[in-house]
Design a binder for this molecule. Structure first.
Ligand SMILES: Cc1cc2nc3c(=O)[nH]c(=O)nc-3n(C[C@H](O)[C@H](O)[C@H](O)COP(=O)(O)OP(=O)(O)OC[C@H]3O[C@@H](n4cnc5c(N)ncnc54)[C@H](O)[C@@H]3O)c2cc1C
Ligand code: FES
Ligand code: FES
Length: 1264
């Protein structure tokens, strides 16, 4: 019966929703209806964790789930607990919130509620988790700021086996605070409710929840007879990967159906209903793991499928159905079930028959067509023969939450003496849609010997023939053979294997993470130099802080979305929005053609790029129209319905190499820069080597997507609330485009959910979109980009290609170098500015007296790149290190010692013409060498490599020098003291993006005014109170804002002092003093903007060492240990600064190892525009042991308050990870006599590293 309403509980409060929108997610409803915005949204794909809430279904326990994939209707009858439900400043924070805050686990804070809710859910499920369980719990989360170490530490305090140092830290924190765990429990009645049938409709689609299997079958039959478009929905997680645009009329929710949730344990098998989730499947198999050889292995492998919150709702049946619908989908579940001899029961809707079959058909390759069928259950037999060997593998681009390059499962029955294979099953996933079982190999292996080179070689040859035709990629081919080799080795008697060969059997096992943070503070100047977490971290952890998208929309607010081009190099033929105009919620569409006459179609601060393309398309992802609608969802749906056609479509120029080939450059006004006399020096050089370095892009991956709210003001101007690092540029852009004076544009920004440079000039795009839409509708409008738009429209790190030549003597002392630097400046000339700034970044930690750099700005059809954490410095520091490695390799010397010999020292001159003073790099390098025992560890690595043929280790040390100039940034600061209570409010021109600027500002103000920190509040940044403030970037904003703040405090102190002096030494409180000042008409507000400090340039130095372990047969690797030593002068706040070091280093790990922006070479579309394809580091990609030390007693005489810039520099040391990996690859090549120098694979992905090994499986895989 049609009910047209659903009801559920959120944080114990009952909500009834009439006529629910069938298509929306619970996240959308939650954030927009009750306005519970503590739960965030980033990817909408289940790939980042910022939306995690705790879900309790009737008769079930609490589980973490991704609210972005949870259909609103599916929560009918459930209880959802959100971040608001477990603690707040008013009701007391939960101890999870407090710990993550106080451990420094929340920088920008955007990811924090998601982490908290995952931990909350885990503790509800398991009151006494181990540290391992806790580390396994965060595979579904991304944090771009922290580097994860403090988050994991905070969470591991809850472990039953937590270590003593964490316990102590936790106790110290909790002594300081009165903790109150305020978790609202679901009402009792909910937990026992039986699931009822449900039918609701929103007029477009109908949501049906059949109460029983019988009900489902009859619904399906009826709807099918009426030719309705039906979709079965279980966990709905598939929509995170395949964003279906089909218009289903009927959704049949089978997620809670009792018959399909059944788990039956029989004597000879376990049967799982189709809606059993992957988490439940894992639990069941682990519980019975001693009853079958396969169960434990299948469960372990399933833990590598997706992430905890996905697995908590995702069904095994949904996974199989996905493979059926998308044959290319690399399903792990299918591989596992096939190898485990599972049988699925399938109901045929047309015939009403139920059949039982294996997952793949008799040819071992094709899935049955499940489209008109319903999977009912799967039966996993108990295979308890001890002679049965079962092994599975999953090799991924990232340590967790990723699809498999190749997944494999092998099952072999051995004869009683274990030297003969009686039967064997070989299953692969990821080798193409038409291949799963290697049946010829299986057939060959029947009756063959183990421990036999002949068996191995023959099997490899047969397998090679089987997969050669189905696998186009060399890596997948080699990997598949490598995995088979691993399995075969595991069948052999280890004592009969040759020296070091058994190292091929096992996979890398990651131990628990750990780390140390070492620093010094100066109590004399507290709270400056005091280690403390971000001042708003508590309310970040409780979800109470508000980002732009969290502020309550006005009742008349509209929403806008871009229509994006899907080709890169073409002209627009037509934009057809005839369907769009009739869609619900449509308000207006703006195109280049109907662009308002009064407004210039320029969105960027350079005034050159079009806001909306009118004729020419420069890159795929370029905005061609703005759709304005009543809701965000409607604007997205309408934008999708707009059809753009193109003419004159050309092949895009995408890479630097394409640009060179096509002679596609921006007019080159970049002058070469040089020092000394490179020409002469090269003529006299004893040795010269040359090479190339090709460095790709990196998406900033700020967790808060680009957003702006704009409204018209009474005076013909605009008011904007925007996530930007550069209010001034938005103000200039709008002033220019709308032809209005700057004083009519008011911009505010409270905080950002991460920036990393991505919200500098590019936030003008968002600013213009919202302002334009507000202008044409005269209503407030919000533009909130989704992840795909941010990735494909807004531009990322600039790709660099560098050709170098370097001259040196026999000791490896470098005397000359020349370098051609090609920057991929994409489709707009504004990016050329980064390249113009390369001179500042060009020298690395190494001195070279004769240098020449020539820069070339390539014009291509990718979105114009934009500054990204340490732009240019990251690449040119890396170049320095890569060249040193090359020189060392050429001379056959140890690079670690050779690098030291080339480091800068005081008295030398830099490429920028500066005299080097206060140089710390040698000091840091030596300290690190000693404190980390580098020499003895090198020996250990060497002996490990000698003993292990198929596992290798590599160790590298990399220094960095980041040049800082205080020449262009200035920030206005306003400090006001309230007369009635002495509290202090600060508004400054810097933007809080998680780098801790507000915390440092509060610390400095407390110190300079001599008041307790608690009296100080830092409010939002406004271009009115902080007019003319420059953008927040370049790592010096905190310093320069503090310089202005010191000026303000001095002004205020100079006004307060005379009053104090007139009190004749009478002891008065601050409050009394301020009251007296007020009474005596003292102005208690002061503003000040520190002038730029052109003479004050200095360098931030750092050095890092990474040790890695590498699996030669797969390319997988892990960073066993990283030690970083950094010089940040007198740290204003070591907790914040160490957070910056860790966060930057881990972002660097991503750049060097997992993050790759790939474009379709025909259309120019970004292929890696989702969390499925693009892989920033997660909790298990960080170093297992992660030690950070801030150099002690190192005041910086050239910086503000003796400190140094820290936000960007540490990323420059992360190259050591890539080089350590290359070392490991060198070791394996050396084993095979391949001693030639080879370039660093960039990024050094699992695949690229494996390819660099140049393995020849057919000859290299041996038993001796
Ligand atoms: C971020 C992320 C990471 C992932 N990583 C991996 C991974 O590493 N390896 C891997 O193998 N998978 C991975 N997946 C896929 C995941 O396992 C599947 O999305 C999930 O198992 C699908 O189950 P579901 O219940 O959510 O299905 P739904 O999304 O509800 O449905 C998926 C499809 O199956 C159909 N369907 C559902 N139940 C049945 C049934 N009983 N009979 C017939 N058809 C049915 C639906 O109609 C729909 O077409 C990932 C998914 C996400 C979102
Ligand atoms: S927003 Fe839901 S997982 Fe990213
Ligand atoms: S604190 Fe995690 S993304 Fe910023």
């Amino acid at each position: 019966m049609m009910k047209n309403g659903i009801s559920f509980y959120v944080n114990n409060e009952k909500f009834a929703v009439e006529y629910p929108d069938i298509g929306i997610s619970f996240n959308s409803w939650l954030r927009s209806q009750p306005g519970l915005t503590g739960t965030k949204i980033t990817c909408g794909e289940g790939g980042c964790g910022s939306c995690v809430v705790a879900l309790q279904r009737p008769s079930e326990g609490i589980k973490a789930v991704n609210s972005c994939l949870l259909p609103l209707c599916s929560v009918d009858g459930c209880h959802v607990i959100t971040i608001e439900g477990i603690g707040s400043q008013r009701e007391g924070f939960s101890n999870i919130q407090s710990r993550i805050a106080k451990f420094g686990g929340s920088q920008c804070g955007y990811c924090t509620p998601g982490f908290v809710m995952s931990m909350y859910s885990l503790l509800e499920e398991d009151e006494h988790p181990t540290q391992h369980t806790i580390e396994d719990n965060f595979d579904g989360h991304i944090c771009r700021c922290t580097g994860y170490r403090p988050i994991l530490d905070a969470m591991k305090c809850f472990a039953c086996d937590t270590d003593s140092s964490l316990k102590k830290k936790c106790e110290d924190i909790e002594d300081l605070m009165s903790l109150k765990c305020h978790s609202k429990r679901p009402p009792k009645s909910l937990i026992t409710v039986n699931i009822q049938s449900l039918t609701v409709t929103d007029g477009v689609a109908t949501w049906i929840r059949p109460a029983s299997l019988g009900d489902l079958k009859s619904q399906l039959r009826n709807l099918q007879q009426e030719h309705k478009c039906i979709k079965l929905v279980c966990g709905n997680t598939a929509s995170g990967i395949y964003k279906s645009k089909s218009n289903f009329g009927y959704f049949l929710d089978i997620g809670q159906m009792e018959e399909l949730r059944a788990i039956n344990n029989y004597d000879d098998c376990i049967e799982l209903g189709a809606s059993v989730t992957l988490s439940e499947m894992i639990k069941t198999l682990l519980k019975h793991s001693d009853e079958s050889v396969t169960f434990g292995a299948v469960a372990s492998h399933l833990k590598k499928v997706a992430s905890v919150p996905i697995r908590n709702v995702a069904s095994w049946a949904g996974n199989i159905a996905m493979k059926c619908q998308h044959p290319d989908f690399p399903s792990d579940v299918c591989v596992l079930l096939e190898a485990a001899k599972a049988k699925v029961k399938v109901y045929d809707v047309c015939t009403g028959r139920i059949v039982t079959q294996s997952v793949f058909g008799s040819d071992g390759a094709t899935l049955s067509h499940f489209n008109d069928k319903v999977l009912l259950s799967v039966t996993l037999p108990k295979l308890d023969d001890i002679k049965l060997k079962f092994k599975t593998f999953k090799v991924m681009p990232r340590s967790q939450n990723s699809y498999a390059y190749v997944a494999a499962a092998f099952r072999a029955g051995l004869a009683s003496d274990e030297d003969r294979i009686e039967n064997c099953v070989v299953v692969f996933g990821g080798l193409g849609s038409a291949f799963a079982r290697a049946q010829q190999t299986e057939c060959y292996l029947k009756g063959k010997q183990t421990n036999s080179m002949e068996t191995l070689k023959n099997a490899l040859n047969i397998l090679s023939d089987e997969i050669k035709n189905v696998t186009l990629e060399k890596y997948e081919y080699n990997l598949a053979l490598g995995l088979f080799y691993k399995f075969y080795l595991s069948l052999c008697d280890p004592s009969k294997l040759g020296y070091g060969i058994s190292s091929g059997i096992g996979s890398l096992v990651r131990p628990l993470s750990k780390g140390t943070q070492t620093y010094e503070t100066d109590p004399e100047i507290y709270p400056i130099s005091q280690a403390m977490s971000n001042i708003s971290s508590d309310i970040q952890a409780s979800g109470e802080v508000q980002y732009v998208g969290d502020e309550t929309p006005t009742t008349d607010e509209l929403f806008c979305t871009f229509v994006l081009s899907d080709v890169a190099n073409a002209e627009i033929k037509n934009i057809d929005y005839s369907i769009a105009k009739d869609m619900p919620g449509f308000v207006k569409i703006i195109t280049g053609e109907n662009f308002p006459m009064e407004v210039k179609n320029h969105s960027h601060y350079d005034g050159l790029s079009e806001c909306l393309a009118k004729y020419c398309i420069q890159f795929a992802g370029q905005p061609v129209a703005i759709v304005i609608a009543e809701s965000r969802e409607q604007s997205k749906q309408i934008a999708e319905s707009v059809k753009v056609t193109y003419k004159n479509v050309q092949k895009p120029v995408l890479s630097v190499q394409d640009a060179i080939e096509n002679n596609s450059f921006y007019p080159n006004n970049l002058k070469p820069f040089q020092m000394g006399n490179p020409d002469v020096a090269f003529k006299n050089a004893e040795h010269v080597v040359s090479g190339e370095v090709d460095l790709g892009s990196q998406y900033h991956f700020y967790m808060e997507n680009q957003i702006c709210r704009a409204e018209c003001t009474e005076n013909g101007g605009f008011k904007l609330n925007v996530a930007t690092q550069a209010q001034l540029w938005i103000q200039k852009t709008i002033s220019h485009s709308f032809g209005i004076p700057s004083n009519k544009i008011e911009i505010t920004t409270k905080r950002l959910g991460g920036g990393f440079g991505g919200k500098l000039c590019n936030s003008t795009i968002a600013g213009m979109a919202a302002t334009l839409a507000a202008f044409v509708t005269r209503r407030p409008v919000c533009f909130h980009a989704d992840l795909k738009t941010c990735m494909s429209t807004f531009g990322s790190r600039m790709p660099y290609f560098m050709k170098y030549k370097i001259g040196f003597n026999a000791n490896g002392i470098v005397n000359c170098l020349s370098c051609d630097v090609y920057g991929n400046c994409g489709s707009a000339p504004r990016a050329v500015r980064e390249l113009a700034g390369v001179q500042r970044a060009a020298d690395s930690a190494y001195f070279c007296p004769n240098q020449l750099y020539k820069c070339y700005a390539c014009k291509t059809n990718i979105p114009a790149p934009t500054w990204c954490r340490a732009p240019g410095s990251l690449q040119l520091n890396a170049l320095g290190d890569i060249m040193m490695e090359h020189v060392a390799s050429y001379l056959g010397q140890d690079p670690i010692g050779m690098k030291f010999a080339n480091l800068f020292k005081n008295g030398q001159i830099t490429l920028q013409g500066n005299l080097v003073t206060h140089c710390q790099i040698r000091n840091l390098y030596q300290n690190l060498m000693e404190s980390c025992g580098i020499r003895s560890r090198q020996e250990t690595v060497k002996s490990f490599n000698e003993k292990n043929r198929w596992k290798k280790r590599g160790l590298s040390v990399s220094p960095s020098k980041f040049n800082v100039k205080l020449t262009w940034q200035k920030y206005a600061v306003l400090v006001s003291i309230y007369a009635f209570d002495g509290s202090v409010v600060i508004s400054h021109g810097g933007i809080e993006c998680g780098q801790g600027i507000n915390t440092k500002v509060a610390q400095v103000a407390a110190c300079k005014l001599g008041v307790p920190l608690e009296l100080i509040t830092v409010q939002r940044t406004s271009n009115i109170s902080a007019a003319n403030s420059t953008s927040t970037g370049g790592s010096t904003s905190s310093e320069m804002t503090c310089a202005s703040l010191v000026g303000c405090c001095e002004i205020l102190n100079s006004r307060i002092e005379p009053i104090k002096a007139r009190m004749n030494g009478k002891e008065v409180t601050w409050k009394e003093l301020i009251a007296k000042c007020y009474a005596e008409d003292v102005d208690l507000s002061a503003t000040y903007t520190s002038p730029t400090l052109p003479s004050q340039s200095y360098a931030t130095y750092g050095v890092a060492c990474a040790e890695v372990e590498y699996d030669v047969l797969t390319g997988e690797n892990q960073i066993l240990r990283a030690d970083i030593m950094f010089d940040c002068g007198i740290s204003m706040n070591p907790s914040v600064d160490i957070g910056q070091v860790e966060g930057a280093f881990v972002m660097g790990i991503g750049f060097w190892t997992t993050e790759e922006m790939k474009y379709d070479t025909n259309t120019g579309q970004l292929v890696t525009d989702s969390t499925w394809e693009y892989k920033p580091p997660t909790t298990k990609d960080i170093p297992v042991e992660f030690n950070v030390e801030l150099l002690k007693n190192a005041p910086n005489p050239l910086g503000v308050l003796r400190t140094k810039a820290i936000g960007e520099p540490p990323i420059c040391t992360s190259i050591c990870v890539a080089i350590a990996l290359k070392r490991a690859v060198e070791e394996t090549k050396r084993d095979r006599g391949l001693n030639e120098y080879f370039p660093l694979p960039t990024p050094a992905t699992v695949k690229a590293l494996h390819n660099a090994c140049e393995l020849d499986p057919l000859s290299d895989f041996n038993l001796s």
